[in-house]
Design a protein around this ligand. Structure first.
Ligand code: HAM
Length: 449
């Protein structure tokens, strides 16, 4: 008989991981909180497919963007269609807007979505190949109040998740009217310093000069300091729009930092752009002299953004041949969940069981099934080990779980219609009729909350 070939066990794909146990609760909590706040502000949920036609992303996101150029998971169907696993959600939501005739609904249309997205990036801390996002889009209105409302939802959701040290970095990228002149000046500046640019930036200089401002290489970061700023080139319309956004943020008391070099990874942005970060060290407050107030430039932020977004008034033309102004953002759910864990924020409201069910003998085991369902109906979580039959094995488990009360159902109790309730701290046990136990257990458990 041929010897079986020893095979390595099949593992998950690099950069794509299983999410297990309490981590699932974290992911769900982030998604739910964003949806809860968004729905309060009138957003409606939408779910779009994981696979889309490749062309939906190519031009709209930017043919020279890192995501389109290097990170898309592309495939060809047997019929020859070119499809891609979605790398982000905005293009899909915009497609859905046109496909379902949402222009005929009252504008703006406000949508909230979430799920898995895919980018073939080098996996590292907070960067995966399959990751989750939750985001909102406000489509069909160019008023600055929409930019502010979207940021309101972002900020409130993060606060609702217990994340207090959050700052929004904002900038304006101008529009088709004012950006070309800025681009020209930027190119002139970087042309003078071309030899100091890193290899990638030499390419960016040709393909996508705005992205020069986003390079993390030391020499490029140093060059950025004296680079021209879009803020100095904004046309009157963009200037007014941006100052309105900032006024609304001031009015709502949302902390922001004007990051004049902030650019984003996709080509579709215009006017407002923003990213949200955890503050690592708080801004320094200066109390004396001329420079009273907060000096945000002294604050340090985490390097990786928790989320980002902005206005994309030209995307509609690329996807649906119509100019439809819009604004939105997406939050990196995995990154937010990680931060919550780091800060010991709970994944969900307290549901740790305070009761453990011990059953002894076949009749009691059957009765346990009924008792557990009764407790579920009145909302009392209970731990158990129905597959263990010995008292000692079950008591061993209770002691490890730090549960204050054990409910004991033995052969005698099963016949009598009673249960034993034992305090794990004192060892004192009382016997109660089953109906009395169900009627009083909720209030008794309050002692342990
Ligand atoms: P983005 O900045 O590419 O924007 O992604 C938003 C957030 O998703 C990031 O800030 C980050 O937290 C998370 N993220 C991105 N890539 C990864 C990754 N490889 N691993 C883990 N997390 C990641 C967008 O996707 C735009 N569609 C946002 C938007 C909505 N703009 C307007 N509307």
């Amino acid at each position: 008989m041929a010897k079986p070939i020893k095979k390595e066990p099949v593992m998950s794909v690099k950069g794509m991981h299983d999410i297990m146990f309490d981590d699932v609760h974290y992911v769900e909590r982030v998604m739910k909180e964003v949806r809860r706040v968004a729905e309060f502000y009138g957003f409606q949920p939408i779910t779009t497919p994981h696979l889309e036609k490749t062309e939906l992303f190519e031009r709209p996101l930017g043919e020279e963007s890192d995501v389109v150029e290097k990170q898309m998971y592309n495939l060809r169907t047997r019929g020859g269609d070119k499809l891609s696993l979605r790398p982000e959600g905005t293009a899909s939501v915009m497609r859905a807007y046109f496909e379902h005739g949402m222009q005929s609904l009252p504008q703006p249309v406000k949508l909230v979505y979430g799920g898995s997205f895919f980018r073939h990036e080098t996996p590292q801390q907070g960067r995966f190949r399959e990751f989750r996002q939750v985001g909102v889009e406000i489509i069909g209105d160019d008023d600055a109040i929409n930019d502010a409302i979207s940021i309101r939802v972002l900020f409130s959701a993060l606060q609702g998740l217990g994340l207090k040290d959050i700052v929004i970095n904002v900038n304006s990228l101008g529009d088709r009217v004012c950006r070309p002149a800025f681009r020209k000046e930027l190119l002139a500046y970087y042309k003078r310093h071309f030899n100091q640019l890193c290899k990638d930036c030499k390419q960016r200089f040709k393909d996508n000069p705005l992205r020069l401002l986003d390079c993390k290489e030391e020499t490029c970061v140093a060059l950025r300091k004296d680079a021209p700023q879009m803020m100095d080139h904004l046309c009157e319309v963009c200037k007014k729009h941006f100052s309105e956004v900032l006024e609304y943020l001031d009015e709502m008391g949302i902390p922001y930092f004007l990051d004049v070099h902030l650019v984003r990874g996709f080509d579709y942005y215009s006017k407002t752009v923003f990213e949200v970060f955890e503050i690592m060290s708080p801004p320094q407050v200066v109390e004396e002299g001329d420079e009273q107030g907060v000096k945000p430039e002294v604050a340090t932020f985490t390097k990786i953004a928790l989320g980002g977004g902005g206005r994309y008034d030209d995307l509609g033309e690329l996807i649906g041949n119509r100019k439809i102004p819009a604004v939105g953002w997406a939050l990196g759910v995995d990154r937010v969940a990680e931060l919550m864990k780091k800060k010991s924020i709970k994944s969900r409201p307290e549901t740790h069981p305070k009761l453990f069910l011990i059953q002894l003998g076949p009749a009691a085991k059957k009765k346990s099934l009924v008792l557990m369902e009764e407790l579920r109906k009145i909302g009392v979580p209970i731990a158990h080990s129905l597959s263990k039959d010995s008292l000692r094995a079950q008591l061993n488990i209770v002691s490890k779980l730090e549960i204050p009360l054990a409910v004991i159902l033995g052969q005698k109790e099963a016949l009598d219609g009673t249960v034993g309730v034992r305090s794990m701290e004192t060892g004192i046990q009382e016997t109660l009729p089953m109906d009395k136990f169900i009627g009083t257990i909720k209030s008794r458990l309050k002692e342990f909350s």
